[in-house]
Design a protein around this ligand. Structure first.
Ligand code: ZN
Length: 268
């Protein structure tokens, strides 16, 4: 069997207020910080998996998909080099090479490129997809970039909504979807990956933006949809960590700087 590999895709940075990541309490960050945007490619002999889909290449600018206020509060930096299609191209891959795309949630920095994946099963929490469809119908861009949602609704995409009652789901023996449910957003999914040499890695996305969110007691972020759901998810992540999993956060600049990026190779 070909060996499994996990690649870390550097999809640029968001310049934003650090109080988004840590709402109150002692923060190690300056007032304004550049938080990494990332996605993860898991090469598996039974089907390649992508976890998260970054920002749309046309997110920014006067005709950009993101509303002007969102562009100024969360300014995407990195340009074309950091667009998901380019990062995949560097690995010799295109959107059609993925059997599964798992979306942690559908905010503009995690699901922006999902419409490119016409041949993949697009796995997302059912409550998140429902919130997106409702926001689109209501012309509401509070939580999601409306022009992203419009592209998703118009495209003929193969959604696979996961409801809370389904619990965690195995995609492969070594790749498991963690059904976190309500918390940071309306429906969150994480991904647990067991690698032969590197061990267990848990991709938690914005269920914990940075290490401090996972402290006991946690330094809570400045934003969450559901506080008790968020705290319950932190408990679940701590349990994984206590079983020796490596927890990779959604937007922690210090941790991300330490990870090997796809341009330098993968994790085995
Ligand atoms: Zn995010």
């Amino acid at each position: 069997m070909a060996r499994m590999k996990l690649y870390v895709l550097d999809l640029g940075r968001l310049r934003m207020q650090s109080k988004v990541l840590i709402g109150h309490g002692p923060s190690p960050f300056p007032e304004i910080l550049e938080a990494p945007v990332s996605a993860y490619c898991i090469d598996h002999p039974d089907g390649r998996v992508l976890f998260d889909a970054g920002c749309h290449p046309d997110a920014m600018g006067p005709n950009g998909r993101w509303p002007p206020e969102f562009q100024s509060d969360f300014t995407h930096l990195g340009g074309e080099e950091c667009a998901l299609p380019h990062r995949l191209e560097q690995l010799g891959l295109g959107a059609n090479d993925f059997r599964y795309v798992v979306l942690s949630h559908m905010h503009a920095d995690h699901a922006g490129c999902v419409e490119f994946f016409r041949k993949s099963q697009l796995i997302v929490h059912a409550d998140e997809l429902a919130a997106v469809i409702a926001a689109h119908a209501a012309n509401d861009d509070t939580n999601y970039a409306w022009r992203d949602t419009d592209a998703w609704v118009r495209a003929d995409l193969a959604w696979r909504p996961v409801s809370s009652s389904e619990g965690d789901l195995a995609l492969h023996d070594e790749v498991q979807i963690l059904n976190f449910g309500r918390g940071h957003s309306f429906g969150m999914l994480g991904l647990s990956v067991r690698l032969p040499a590197s061990g267990d890695i848990v991709l938690v996305s914005d269920a914990a933006y940075c290490a401090e969110n996972l402290h006991q007691p946690p330094l809570m972020p400045g934003f969450f949809e559901d506080e008790s759901g968020f705290r319950n998810t932190l408990d679940r992540i701590r349990q994984r960590r206590d079983l020796d999993a490596d927890v990779w956060f959604g937007h922690d600049p210090r941790q991300f700087a330490m990870l090997r990026k796809s341009t330098d190779g993968g994790y085995e």
